[in-house]
Write a protein of this length. Structure first.
Length: 299
């Protein structure tokens, strides 16, 4: 948060007394009165009028302190103070010099900065304006970084930046391929095919164990109906039937689970391959103390 850096009343106190004040000076006096009454809208309007009548150091100082800083426009405040410094008289004893230069240093140090490393392809916009790699000054608050490629918006990131913060932003690309639409390379398709193969094995096991089970059950039922000499005892045939129940049930379970898994994986693969997001991976690297000074947030 910006602390109050001064008062427009200082402008009046430091304005040299003249027999007939200029229009700009009269407007400054009226602006000071409006600010003292907490009428900031009128104060800023009078300051603009004063600067339109004459571009003065005191007018620039007042605009920076009373209008730009309260609105969070630190870059505009810094520019107004720098212009005011340039307009100061050569007199080193000018009473406005020290407070103006002090405020200029304070405001300059509080302007947030983005340090940008941008991708090799595409263009980047900050709040709708094109930007290049390097350091960019921004005002505190919410901002939007947009990656544009081929005239189309690819990714947008919105973030907050605070007073005095320096944030590192790196939009990196893992590759520069076309959209990821190749089903054969999609891991979900690979998982679906693998589950399908397991399910096919389960189906074969269902058929084999099922045939054996049916044959054993048929032999058991035939033996039960046998009235003469029988080829085998009922106890042995019953044990053989019971031994085939568990493998057949397990084969059915493998087949069912694999079939459902295969359908789910393939469906997800189809959905993800219909996503037209480019294969480039875009990362925002910020600079807290963790992770070697940068934390990666993928979007």
């Amino acid at each position: 948060m910006i602390l109050p850096l001064g008062s427009i009343a200082l402008l009046v106190a430091t304005t040299p007394a003249q027999a007939s004040p200029s229009e700009a000076e009269e407007l400054l006096v009226r602006a000071a009165a409006a600010c003292d009454e907490a009428d900031r809208v009128r104060c800023c309007a009078l300051l603009e009028a004063s600067l339109a009548a004459e571009d003065t150091a005191r007018g620039r100082f007042g605009k920076a302190i009373e209008c730009e800083i309260p609105a969070g426009r630190l870059r505009a405040a810094r520019d107004a103070l720098a212009r005011g410094q340039a307009l100061l008289s050569a007199d080193a004893e000018d009473p406005l010099r020290v407070p103006l230069e002090d405020r200029l240093r304070e405001v300059s140090a509080q302007i947030p900065r983005l340090r940008l490393a941008l991708p090799s392809s595409g263009s980047i916009e900050l709040d709708g304006a094109p930007i290049a790699s390097g350091e960019v000054e921004v005002d505190p608050g919410r901002h939007r970084v947009t990656l544009v490629r081929g005239g189309e918006l690819v990714k947008t990131l919105t973030f907050e930046i605070t007073v005095g913060e320096i944030r590192h932003v790196s939009l990196e690309e893992s590759n520069e391929g076309s959209p990821t639409t190749t089903a054969g390379l999609n891991p979900w398709f690979i998982a679906g095919v693998s589950a399908g193969a397991v399910g096919l094995g389960g189906l074969v096991a269902v058929i084999v164990t099922g045939v054996d089970y049916i044959e054993a059950l048929d032999m058991y039922n035939t033996a039960r109906a046998c009235e003469g000499p029988c080829p085998a005892s009922l106890g042995d045939l019953k044990a053989e039937v019971d031994d085939l129940v568990a493998p057949n049930a397990a084969a059915w379970a493998v087949f069912g689970i694999s079939l459902v898994s295969s359908i789910v994986f393939v469906s997800v693969g189809i959905a993800s391959s219909n996503d037209d997001t480019p294969a480039a991976t875009v990362r925002l690297l910020v600079n807290p103390a963790e992770a070697g000074g940068r934390v990666v947030v993928e979007f």
